[in-house]
Design a protein around this ligand. Structure first.
Ligand code: HEM
Length: 400
């Protein structure tokens, strides 16, 4: 692939890789050699195979993991243990603290807040001169919901969000500016958690600080779980709502489902089509592992492409076509012990946000060609940087 990677058609690249082999070695930008899994059956197997560990320290020589290279994508590990870099009983302990706070019932309680917030943001979108679905709708919605869920004071929302986005999109974690922001980010988090201990509320951070006091979470785990929740809650949800809106603008099938009151089915198909978390987090082969017909050698870094798996024609016939009523379950939230615990909240948010958007602006369309929409990244945060839209009746030039 050449040119600006933020314009890459990642779906095309994943398709080519999948057609070559459902599991194969690839060289990532920066030179890291990894094994990429792109077939749906192989991805299902790999996501549930305990020999593909999240915790690099379980390798005989942990340095083997990244072959001596410093890699940016495990952003959280430097701050300690969290769900996505732990396995087995360590992971179950963290999961037991978090999962009860993010159940489907808990997510449904957020419906009125989400609806109200969407309405407010849509009023502002209607009044904006150059409305952008990322900055004016999807991201502020995801930020407000996540910060309310966690119990983060409003005055810190903006700075925490901007520092978090910098960290997630940082190509070079050693860059002094990135390091400085990182220090500021974790300083802010320590302040937020300290305040929570002194002034508890009815929110997720308060519950996490109580778990810490009870000895169920270490201080480091508290910090990394909290910030993992914040970044994990905001970025893929923003990506789902914006990429989902772009898909709906172009798909009569999806519009029909949405207008027909079937936002749930439309949301599931959008999760499959847009895979907001395109590649699951790093796994490390503790021993030789056979995936499909391929032997992944002990010590290998393994990436499971959920985006590629979700468009595998062997599991999803006519994979590039939106069919809200297709049978089968997508892999956008992963599978197995690390299955996304935030899935109920993400689903509720996306269904409400997309229904409200198209109800308010039935003629909404891109204000620019789809081909010039740039992404934040390819492997971690796949969200478009901006999605300029027209919400009025004026004909749009050159939008495709
Ligand atoms: C459309 C939105 C979302 C998508 C597509 C998504 C996707 C995923 C995926 C694929 C994983 C598993 C990664 C792996 O196995 O390597 C995951 C894990 C996780 N997600 Fe989400 N997520 C979304 C929203 C959320 C939200 C809203 C929250 C919290 C409020 C959240 C919190 C988490 C956490 C804590 C984990 C780690 C779970 C574990 O390791 O046991 N996610 N997510």
């Amino acid at each position: 692939m050449t040119g600006d990677p933020m314009f890459w058609d990642a779906d095309m690249t994943f398709r080519e890789l999948r057609e070559q082999a459902p599991a194969q070695q690839v060289v990532l930008p920066g030179g890291l050699v990894a094994w990429m899994i792109t077939g749906a059956a192989q991805a299902r197997q790999a996501l549930t195979d305990g020999r593909l560990a999240h915790d690099m320290r379980r390798l005989p020589d942990p340095r083997q993991g990244f072959g001596g290279l410093r890699y940016p994508d495990d952003l959280f590990s430097a701050e300690g243990r969290h769900l996505l870099n732990s396995d087995g009983t360590a992971h179950q302990r963290l999961r037991a603290v978090l999962a009860p706070l993010l159940t489907r019932t808990a997510a449904q309680r957020w419906q009125p807040f989400i609806t109200r917030t969407c309405d407010e943001l849509l009023d502002a979108l209607a009044a904006a001169d150059h409305p952008d679905l990322v900055a004016d709708y999807a991201r502020p919605l995801a930020v407000r919901v996540t910060t309310a869920l966690l119990g983060i004071p409003e005055d810190l929302q903006h700075r925490l969000t901007s520092l978090t986005l910098t960290m997630i999109s940082a190509a070079d974690p050693e860059n002094p500016t990135v390091q400085k922001r990182r220090t500021e980010l974790f300083g802010l988090w320590s302040r937020v958690l300290g305040d929570k201990r002194r002034r508890p509320g009815d929110d997720v951070l308060t519950r996490l600080t109580v778990a810490h006091r009870q000895g169920r979470l270490s201080a480091e785990e508290l910090l990394s779980v909290a910030w993992g929740l914040f970044s994990g809650g905001i970025t893929p949800t923003t990506a789902l709502i914006t990429s989902g809106a772009v898909e709906i603008m172009q798909s009569p099938e999806l519009r029909r489902a949405l207008y027909g009151g079937d936002a749930t089915r439309a949301t599931e198909e959008l999760l499959r089509l847009t895979s907001p978390f395109p590649v699951a987090t790093w796994r490390f082969a503790l021993e030789d592992v056979t995936v499909g017909d391929t032997v992944i050698p002990q010590g290998a870094v393994v990436l499971i492409s959920l985006a590629a798996a979700n468009r595998d024609p062997a599991s999803y016939p006519e994979p590039d076509t939106a069919r809200p009523h297709r049978p089968g379950v997508h892999l956008a939230f992963g599978l197995g012990p690390h299955y996304c615990p935030g899935a109920p909240l993400a689903r509720v948010q996306a269904a409400i946000a997309l229904t409200a958007l198209f109800a308010r602006f039935p003629d909404i369309r891109l204000a620019t060609a789809k081909t010039v929409l740039r992404r934040q990244g390819v492997l971690v945060d796949r969200c478009y940087e901006r999605v300029p839209v027209r919400t009025d009746d004026t004909p749009t030039q050159d939008a495709t």
